[in-house]
Design a protein around this ligand. Structure first.
Ligand SMILES: [Zn+2]
Ligand SMILES: [Zn+2]
Length: 347
């Protein structure tokens, strides 16, 4: 992937600012005290680390990147094999490439260096669904194509699960139920929060949603669990991973019960309604987006309420279910179906 002039310019600035960011790193860490989970203590050793170095903690970083699809998980030795783990604290080319992809997906300067902004981003609360599945990701991948003398900038920052699984055409009414697990908030509040989140997706799609008490036969099953809860994707305690969901038509969404879920904005807590709206996007087939304002962006700070579906989210769900329209030059309406928005740019 080539870097744009804008990115190159940022790169030049990042080198100029590098000693400053190193100095500021502890301050950045301090300014995010509530977002650092216990599992992230290793990262403090890694500031400014780069290719060719062997530093304790890099093995943990590789595990983190593998968890979200940036490294093949089979390339990471398990913690049981201590010798391998020691060997795996080496910053090799594969790790540098994984960090560059991560930085590209999150609109960070693509340096391959473990700079402070990259590390702070990694420690932010986020969704547990990988950004890359089976080595494929469309996060951040706007592309350009040529049509005669026009250059088409095809913007498609939303993504789907591999193979674009979706609900069948005839299945537009989906029931949802709350699976008994850990109770984190009272049931009535939980029900009204999810009703609001489902209503947002209903307003931009063909779907209608209805709560059912028969959770075991519901199309969408929602539950709160802590730690290892039997699906091979254990939660990590307070901070970092907040929830995860499975692609259609599995219809399963789990929330980490160890989080201090907030139903009214609280500085040190994840906002349940915001995360619920994001996870519902997965339940109906969307993957992650690199658009920071999008609901399907994987990272969300504590104390932030983000519930409004953006154009990117809506374009994504329309494209998946072929209910999209196309806007030319952002003003002329065109009814032909497309998978993206087209902007015509004269050279
Ligand atoms: Zn997600
Ligand atoms: Zn789970």
């Amino acid at each position: 992937m080539s870097m744009s002039a804008k990115q190159s310019s940022h790169l030049a600035w990042s080198w100029a600012l590098f000693p400053l960011t190193l100095f500021l790193f502890p301050l950045l860490i301090e300014s995010h005290p509530t977002t650092i989970s216990q599992s992230f203590q290793f990262i403090k050793n890694l500031q400014g680390c780069h290719k060719g170095q062997t530093i304790k903690g890099l093995h943990e970083l590789k595990k983190y990147l593998a968890k979200f699809g940036y490294l093949p998980s089979q390339s990471i030795p398990s913690n049981d094999s201590n010798n391998n783990t020691e060997h795996d604290d080496y910053f090799d080319e594969l790790l540098e490439s994984a960090i560059k992809t991560y930085q590209f997906n999150y609109n960070l300067n693509v340096t391959g260096l473990l700079d402070s902004k990259t590390m702070v981003n990694m420690m932010m609360p986020r969704c547990g669904v990988p950004d890359i599945v089976d080595g494929r990701s469309s996060m951040g991948s706007g592309t350009e194509r040529r049509l005669g003398s026009f250059k088409l900038h095809i913007v498609s920052h939303y993504s789907f699960f591999p193979g674009a699984p979706k609900w069948p055409k005839s299945k537009t009414h989906l029931t949802y139920g709350f699976v008994p697990g850990v109770q984190v908030i009272d049931k009535q509040t939980l029900r009204s929060i999810f009703a609001l989140s489902f209503a947002r997706w209903k307003s931009v799609s063909q779907f209608t949603f209805e709560e059912t008490q028969h959770y075991d036969s519901a199309d969408l099953q929602i539950g709160f669990f802590r730690g290892d809860h039997g699906d091979g994707l254990p939660f990590d305690g307070p901070g970092n991973v907040l929830a995860h969901s499975f692609a259609p038509t599995t219809g399963v969404s789990h929330f980490d019960a160890d989080e201090t879920w907030s139903t009214k904005l609280a500085r040190d807590s994840p906002d349940l309604e915001s995360v619920a709206t994001h996870e519902i996007g997965h339940l109906i087939g969307l993957g992650h987006s690199s658009v920071k304002s999008a609901i399907m962006y994987p990272v969300i700070s504590f104390g932030v309420r983000k519930v409004k579906l953006t154009g990117d989210d809506i374009k994504g769900i329309h494209a998946l279910y072929n209910i999209a329209w196309c806007f030319l030059s952002s003003s002329i309406f065109s009814p032909f179906p497309t998978r993206c928005t087209l902007y015509i740019v004269r050279e």
